[in-house]
Design a protein around this ligand. Structure first.
Ligand code: NI
Length: 210
């Protein structure tokens, strides 16, 4: 192992991570905790109407009584999406029985390429209970607006794909009433995510049911 190369890679990774976090916190706007305190109600999230990886129509009501870890991305994403979804998968596993109270949800912001079939193959690589959602352009626009998530098609000359998607890479934790509870950077460790989700499950009305 070339130590100098390792060090250079680490520095680049650290700078990249810091920049990502800075960009993401700007994109989400003011700290949500403040918003929640002022308005007494979550300003992030809301009902949605989408299609899952089996072709079934799904709304937020289908997850009533469950917490949701929600991530927006696209299946041909080379790095950020797989890292985030792998972390979500590991965090739910680390929660043990309590993990059953949390549904991992992947919402495509690239509905043109992410068909129901494509989503089915993709989410299969992660948590066995992961729900993949796609929809019409209008439906994706509506759900990303509700979650204040950003996405944009960008030219991708470095790969064989016609285009890539630039997108918000935070993971949202929504509570059992579908309201915003917390958010995580995509590169949060699975241990940290499990610890924070576990604490929120404990604090939820009625506490964990297991
Ligand atoms: Ni991505």
């Amino acid at each position: 192992m070339n130590l100098r190369l390792l060090f250079v890679s680490f520095v680049f990774f650290a700078i990249g991570a810091a920049a990502a976090v800075a960009v993401l916190s700007n994109r989400l706007g003011p700290p949500s905790a403040t918003v929640i305190k002022v308005e007494g109600k979550a300003a992030v999230g809301g009902n949605f109407s989408l299609t899952d990886q089996t072709g079934r129509r799904i709304t937020q009501d289908d997850f009533a009584g469950r917490h949701m870890l929600v991530f927006f991305g696209f299946t041909s994403c080379p790095d950020v999406c797989p890292i985030a979804l792998q972390t979500v998968t590991q965090a739910i596993d680390l929660l043990g029985e309590r993990g059953a109270l949390v549904t991992p949800i992947f919402i495509s912001i690239d509905p043109e390429r992410d068909t129901v079939e494509q989503l089915a193959t993709y989410v299969d690589q992660f948590h066995p209970r992961m729900v993949g959602l796609t929809g019409s352009e209008q439906e994706i626009k509506a759900v990303t607006k509700a979650y204040r998530a950003y996405y944009q098609r960008v030219a991708d000359e470095s790969s064989s794909e016609d285009y890539a998607m630039d997108h918000t890479s935070i993971i949202y934790l929504m509570d059992d009433r579908g309201e915003y509870a917390a958010h995580f950077a995509f590169n949060t460790s699975a241990e940290e995510m499990a610890r924070r989700v576990g604490a929120i499950l404990e604090a939820a009305p009625g506490g964990p049911s297991t």
